[in-house]
Design a protein around this ligand. Structure first.
Ligand SMILES: [Zn+2]
Length: 679
């Protein structure tokens, strides 16, 4: 039997032939795929002819077909239906993938060709061709492909030192987080927690040999979910203070020196690569383009966020006074008093909502129905096509005129062999160069009910399905020439924008009544519940936005260091960074402080924590635009053609301008979060 990865699939839309794939096919195809692409790249770089788009970029885009076929299936299965065999293979091949990637991206001969094209673009190139050269050149430059031998040696040294420090940061954080867990001596101190939470605290204590006591372990962010319900103010204070102290106590787990060294090394590496700061190097390869643009956005949001947080604090103080509690609001009181108000104002019993969200109805009469209303596309289940697991369903998607668009696969249920969370991935990436269609996939982790009973989704799971389907549409609507620019191959600070936009249809008039109906009575979700759900979106947003922005600004400040500058006092550095933008607040601490800001010091989000709100500004502005359009079908067509279909084939800010007629405005985001009222 031949290896099914070694040739294109003969199934409709080139759907991978899951029924034929066996364990032994992966390794053989991966080896063949690596070798094939290296050979293809070798032919490009050894070409004596002067570099042209046709002899360099095009063959590069065509290269690696076997690897692409096997890798898409391999990573899909290792995340959703893994086995000890696949796990072992993944561990063994992870460094091989990294080395393969480096062998191409860091090839100095390939870089010389791309750089030559970048310096002298040909007037005959299409916009997409010009953009492809631009992107590849930036990616390779940021990775260090343009360095000479001595510089490259220094880069590798720096990378190693940085890797050592990020590992140390994590170790310190883990140890200090464990040490700082709060030990509780009497159950009375846990008043306000549920029985389950108290049992969990007792079990955590027992695990450490603290029998008869309770232990409050700390999550990653500042504070703790239980601060909303713990009635003992002193316990709240102890938990909050422990959380904020992490990594800065002057013991052997102190992260301050680690961060100073780490950010200095990142600054030196950026300088070596030709960038002013690490933030410049990172944002060069993002939608934002420069740290100045990021700072401008964050600074504009900071003022209204801080003003609203102050107004919220005043309202909480009034509650404290009215209750005769007799103290000044502190950071550890915030969630407790906020929760009282939330319950009073929005009282929504989320468990009671589930009968309104039956999964099949949400999918067909909600998610698919919305896409038909907005984009005209239709869906038909293809029982004749199979995935890697019986729970995977395959739908054929067609345009309004009946023409073929692609396949959508859905794997809704959780299982032990699936990683947590929800996501979208591509199995076949649309592109005209190779004539590929589109096959996209969504994964969720919904608990599977017993056979014969319907799946009732929670409100959050329903939101997630609309969200992930937004990513799927981004992939399905891709209409590009070159595979590396298609669909969701866009910048990190852009990729969440289309998926966030798709969430708007969930409670849209005309759509919500169509699908959110009680499974037994067929009654629609009551209008007052919908109103309360919508109103609760802007609740406490002065606080939530402020703590997020403070963290995003800290991230930018640390990564704005220049090689050779000096930082000695971490607390002063933090205070100064937050004070400059008006976000220094005792009652609203930053969501992550330097000692435990894992996302940016070890988690791959360095100088990029801003990206969540960057996408949301575009999202809120787009939702506002849709609300103003007389026809959502016509509006959808414009959004599809000018934004979703473009994928990563042009500057996303230009695509947005083309779609919206101007740059994104922050006003709709402020309005959505209720931040437009104060001041
Ligand atoms: Zn997403």
């Amino acid at each position: 039997m031949t290896n099914p990865f070694l040739s294109p699939s003969a199934l409709p839309y080139q759907l991978p032939p899951f029924a034929e794939i066996r364990d032994e096919h992966f390794e053989e195809a991966l080896e063949a795929g690596f070798a094939e692409q290296l050979e293809e790249v070798r032919a490009i770089v050894e070409d004596d002819a002067a570099p042209t788009f046709e002899n360099t970029m095009e063959p590069l885009e065509r290269s690696g077909q076997t690897l692409s076929r096997v890798a898409h299936v391999f990573f899909s299965m290792t995340s959703t239906d893994s086995t000890p065999f696949l796990e072992e293979l993944e561990e063994r091949f992870a460094p091989r993938f990294a080395a393969h990637e480096d062998a191409i991206t860091l090839d100095p001969r390939l870089y010389a060709r791309v750089a030559a094209l970048h310096e002298a673009p040909d007037a005959s190139w299409t916009d997409e061709q010009r953009y492809l050269v631009e992107r590849r050149h930036t990616e390779m430059t940021v990775a260090g492909a343009g360095l000479d031998e001595a510089e490259r040696a220094r880069l590798m040294e720096l990378n190693q030192q940085i890797a050592t420090l990020t590992t140390r940061f994590d170790k310190h954080l883990q140890a200090d987080t464990n040490d700082l867990a709060v030990v509780i001596d009497s159950e009375a101190e846990l008043d306000g927690l549920s029985d389950g939470e108290i049992q969990a605290a007792a079990a955590a204590a027992a695990e450490r040999g603290l029998d008869g006591k309770w232990l409050i372990t700390l999550p990653l962010f500042s504070g703790h979910p239980w601060l909303a319900s713990l009635t003992d103010r002193d316990v709240r204070r102890r938990v909050m203070e422990a959380s904020l102290a992490r990594g800065t106590r002057g013991n052997e787990h102190d992260n301050r020196e680690t961060v100073i060294e780490l950010t200095a090394l990142r600054a030196e590496r950026a300088a070596l690569l030709g960038f002013a700061t690490h933030a410049h190097a990172v944002t060069a390869d993002e939608t934002a383009g420069s740290p100045d643009n990021v700072m401008a956005m964050l600074t504009r949001l900071a003022k209204p966020a801080a003003a609203n947080a102050r107004a919220e604090a005043a309202a909480l103080q009034a509650q404290i006074d009215a209750a005769g509690a007799g103290y000044q609001l502190a950071a550890w009181d915030w969630d407790y008093w906020t929760e009282k108000e939330r319950t009073a104002r929005f009282d929504i019993d989320t468990a009671a909502l589930r009968p309104y969200f039956e999964a099949e109805r949400v999918l067909r009469d909600g998610v698919f129905f919305a896409a038909t209303q907005v984009y005209g596309i239709t869906f038909e289940e293809r029982e004749d096509l199979v995935g890697y697991h019986p729970d995977v369903r395959v739908f054929e998607v067609r345009n309004e005129d009946g023409s073929e668009l692609g396949l959508y696969l859905l794997d809704l249920y959780t299982r032990d062999s699936k990683r947590g969370g929800a996501w979208m991935n591509s199995l076949i990436q649309q592109n005209e160069l190779l004539g590929h269609p589109t096959v996209v996939m969504n994964n969720l982790n919904v608990p599977k009910p017993p056979a014969g009973t319907p799946t009732l989704l929670t409100f959050d799971e329903t939101t997630t399905l609309f969200h992930e389907f937004g990513h799927a549409l981004h992939g399905l609507f891709a209409h590009v020439t070159y595979p590396s620019l298609g669909g969701t191959n866009v910048f990190r600070d852009f990729v969440e924008f289309p998926s966030q936009v798709n969430e708007m249809w969930m409670l849209w008039p005309g759509i919500v009544e169509h699908y959110a109906r009680h499974i037994e009575t067929d009654e629609p979700l009551p209008a007052d519940v919908i109103e309360r759900l919508q109103a609760s979106e802007s609740f406490n947003q002065g606080h939530d936005t402020s703590e997020y922005l403070a963290a995003a600004l800290l991230d930018q400040a640390w990564h704005a260091r220049v090689a050779g500058d000096e930082v000695t006092d971490v607390a002063a550095f933090e205070q100064d960074a937050l004070d400059r933008v008006g976000l220094l607040s005792e009652t609203v601490p930053t969501r992550y402080s330097t000692g435990y800001f894992q996302h940016v010091f070890s988690g791959g989000y360095s100088a990029g924590y801003y990206s969540y709100i960057w996408s949301e500004v575009m999202d809120a502005d787009t939702v506002e635009w849709f609300k103003q359009q007389p026809s959502i079908r016509e509006a959808g067509q414009r959004f599809r053609e000018r934004l979703l279909g473009v994928g990563g084939s042009k500057d996303p800010l230009e695509a947005f301008r083309d779609f919206r007629g101007r740059d994104a405005d922050i006003a709709p985001l402020l309005a959505r979060r209720g931040l437009d009222a104060a001041e």
